[in-house]
Design a protein around this ligand. Structure first.
Ligand code: ADP
Ligand code: MG
Length: 360
C-alpha cells in the first residue's frame, strides 16, 4: 500500500529504539523532500546505523513510523524494492563473483540490465574498469566499496540510502568519490540519505544536515546555517576543522570577559557565567586587540597560518587561530593579541549548553 507523502520521499515520525542499556534512537523525526541529499552525521554511537537499518527494514523501531518512497517500512517489511538503492555499513558483495558478475547479479535482482544503466555508474566504476574479471574477494577495501556503490545504483533507484559509504577509501579517493556521488545525485535527482561520522564530508556535499548525538537529533539545517548558528555546544564542537575553541567566560557589566580580558561588548546581557566558543577564523591578529593569548607556535598551511596559543580559560590545552598569510606574526614574542569577529563568537549556557542569544 502506498502512503501519500506530500513531496517527501522519506518521512520519519517519532522513531525510538531502545536496547537493554541504551536509547539508540530517541523520538527522531524528520522528512527528506524529493531530490534532496541529507547528510546524517554524528559521532560513533549516535544512532545513525540504527536509523539506517530501520529505513531499510532490517530493524524494527519500538515506536514511531517511517516511510521510504511511499512504503511503510515499519509495517511492510519488504527488503528488495526497486525504488530504493541500499549500501549498508557492512555491505555485502559476492566474493567469488567478478566485478562484472556482481554488477550483473544486483541488476538482475531488480530486473534491469547493466548495459542499460551503466552510464549512471560509469564515474564510480572508472577505476574498476581495468579489472572487470577480478573476483570481488581480490579487490582492495576501497575498490570493494566502490563496487558496492555501483551495485546500489545500478537499477536507477529513486531513493538512495548510504551508511558510511566511503569509510574504506583513502583520503584522495574519498574526496573524489564523494564528489561523484554528489554529481550523480544532482543529475538524477535521487533523494539521498548519506550517513557519515565525518562532518567535513557531510558539510561539503549535503543540501541539509541532521546532527545526532546519543539517539537525539540535535539540529537540522543547511550546512552553512548550522555552522554559523549552532544550537548547542555539542553541535558547535562537532562541526568545523580545525574545531571551535571553547573558553570559560563571564558576562559582567555588559561585557564579555575571558579571564581578565574584556573581549567584547554585550548590550543588555545579564551578569553570568557562560561557555564562549570562538571559531579559529574568528581571531583577528591586532597589536591593540583586547584578547591576549600565550604564543606557542605556528603552522604554515599554504593558504593560511595556524597560530597555536594558550590561555588559562581555555577548556583545551591548545587554542588554535587561523589567520591569512598576509599577517606578520612574530613568533619570537611570547604572546599574541587578537580582536574577535563577533559573528564567529558564540555563547552557551553553562547548564543546558544551549546557545545563548545576545545583542552585539
Ligand atoms: P552509529 O551508527 O551512529 O555509530 P549505532 O546506531 O550503531 O550508532 O548505535 C547506537 C547505539 O546503540 C550505540 O550505543 C550502540 O552501542 C547501541 N547498539 C547498536 N546496536 C545494538 C545492539 N544490537 N544491541 C545493543 N546495543 C546496540
Ligand atoms: Mg554506524
Amino acid at each position: 500500500m502506498l502512503h501519500s507523502i506530500m513531496g517527501n520521499a522519506i518521512e520519519i515520525n517519532n522513531v525510538s529504539k531502545i536496547y537493554t542499556k541504551v536509547k539508540a534512537l530517541d523520538n527522531v523525526s524528520f522528512s527528506v523532500p524529493e531530490g534532496v541529499l541529507y547528510g546524517l552525521i554524528g559521532p560513533d554511537g549516535a544512532g545513525k546505523s540504527t536509523l539506517y537499518n530501520i529505513l531499510t527494514t532490517l530493524q524494527h523501531p519500538d515506536s514511531g513510523s517511517a516511510f521510504v518512497a511511499g512504503y511503510d517500512v515499519v509495517k511492510e517489511r519488504k527488503e528488495i524494492r526497486t525504488e530504493v538503492g541500499y549500501m549498508p555499513e557492512r555491505f555485502s558483495l559476492y566474493p567469488d563473483l567478478t566485478v562484472k558478475e556482481n554488477l550483473e547479479f544486483f541488476a538482475s535482482l531488480f530486473g534491469v540490465r547493466v548495459k542499460d544503466n551503466y552510464d549512471l555508474i560509469a564515474p564510480v566504476m572508472a577505476q574498476l574498469e581495468k579489472f572487470p574479471n577480478r573476483r570481488a574477494s581480490a579487490l582492495s577495501g576501497g575498490m570493494k566499496q566502490k563496487l558496492a556503490l555501483g551495485c546500489a545504483l545500478i537499477h536507477r533507484p529513486k531513493v538512495l540510502l548510504l551508511d558510511e559509504p566511503l569509510s574504506n577509501l583513502d583520503a584522495r579517493l574519498r574526496l573524489q568519490t564523494r564528489e561523484e556521488i554528489r554529481r550523480i545525485q544532482k543529475e538524477t535527482g535521487i533523494t539521498t540519505i548519506f550517513v557519515t561520522h565525518d562532518q567535513e564530508e557531510a558539510m561539503s556535499i549535503s543540501d541539509m544536515i541532521v546532527v545526532m548525538k546519543d539517539g537525539i537529533v540535535q539540529q537540522i539545517g543547511k550546512p552553512q546555517e548550522v555552522y554559523d548558528n549552532p544550537a548547542n555546544l555539542f553541535v558547535a564542537k562537532f562541526l568545523g576543522t580545525p574545531p571551535i575553541n571553547v573558553f570559560d567566560g563571564q558576562i559582567r557589566d555588559e561585557r564579555l570577559y575571558i579571564g581578565e580580558d574584556a573581549v567584547m561588548e554585550l548590550k543588555n546581557a545579564e551578569n553570568r557565567e557562560v561557555y564562549v566558543g570562538i571559531r579559529p577564523e574568528g581571531f583577528l591578529l591586532r597589536e591593540d586587540g583586547p584578547f591576549q593569548c600565550g604564543l606557542s607556535g605556528i603552522e604554515v598551511m599554504g593558504r593560511d597560518i595556524s597560530v597555536l596559543c594558550t590561555n588559562k580559560a581555555s577548556l583545551n590545552p591548545t587554542v588554535r587561530a587561523i589567520i591569512g598569510t598576509e599577517n606578520n606574526i612574530n613568533i619570537e614574542k611570547l604572546s599574541a593579541r587578537f580582536a574577535l569577529a563577533p559573528h564567529k563568537v558564540f555563547l552557551f549556557d553553562k547548564e543546558t549548553e544551549k546557545k545563548a542569544e545576545f545583542d552585539r
